[in-house]
Design a binder for this molecule. Structure first.
Ligand code: GRF
Length: 202
């Protein structure tokens, strides 16, 4: 069977993109990272893709009349490359129905909190400031609504009394970098099934 072809959408540092690339190199992904999609040409993730020899679709949203306009171009590229799974890993743009409808059930997102707690941005700091004792990482299917969609995997991270945003972020990212490749592998192996909001992983 042909390997699952994956496109990673990212806007920033790209440490999760890197974790996926490393997992593929080490034979732990069961899928091929075929494309990076990035809306910020100056983002470090673009350099990471270059170094890994992975093609990138890099664009500036302001060069397009609408979100739909750039998504149509991205969709053409996804189709051309036979992409079967989109991984949102720190992609700071909301997707429209152009991509969401074409890839329904085939888009996942990683979020640095235990959803439905702390959706949105800057959530590592928010969890710390709120005073929760446990936060974590969520990987879920994305459906066009912000940080919604059926949850595939979650892992808790304890908050220590002496944590700062930096120390907590470091532990959360460590979990992300392990959990995301694991989920991609399970999807690639056909072990993930969705029924309503519930996701069953064999
Ligand atoms: C991660 O914390 C991810 O959960 C969130 O954005 C961050 C991206 O980090 N959606 P990086 O660019 O992968 O380093």
């Amino acid at each position: 069977m042909a390997k699952l072809q994956v496109a990673v959408f990212a806007s920033g540092n790209g440490s999760n993109f890197q974790a996926l690339v490393d997992a593929e190199r080490e034979g732990r992904l069961g899928a091929e990272i075929r494309l990076l999609v990035c809306n910020r040409p100056e983002a470090p993730v673009v350099k990471r893709a270059e170094a890994a020899g992975i093609p990138a679709f890099v664009f500036r949203p302001k060069d397009y009349p609408s979100r739909e306009a750039y998504e149509k171009e991205i969709l053409a590229e996804l189709t051309r490359l036979d992409i079967g799974l989109i991984v949102l890993a720190g992609f700071m743009r909301i997707l429209t129905s152009v991509i969401v409808d074409a890839y329904a059930g085939r888009i996942i997102n990683i979020h640095p909190a235990l959803l439905p707690a702390f959706p949105g941005l800057n959530v590592i700091r928010e969890a710390l400031e709120y005073g929760v004792k446990v936060t974590g990482v969520t990987v879920h299917f994305a459906d066009g609504n912000l940080d919604a969609g059926p949850i595939i995997a979650q892992e808790a991270v304890k908050i220590e009394e002496d944590d700062t945003e930096e120390t907590l972020a470091e532990r959360i990212h460590k979990v992300e970098h392990r959990l995301l490749p694991e989920v991609v592998r399970k999807i690639a192996e056909g072990r993930v099934r969705v029924e309503g909001r519930r996701v069953y992983v064999r």
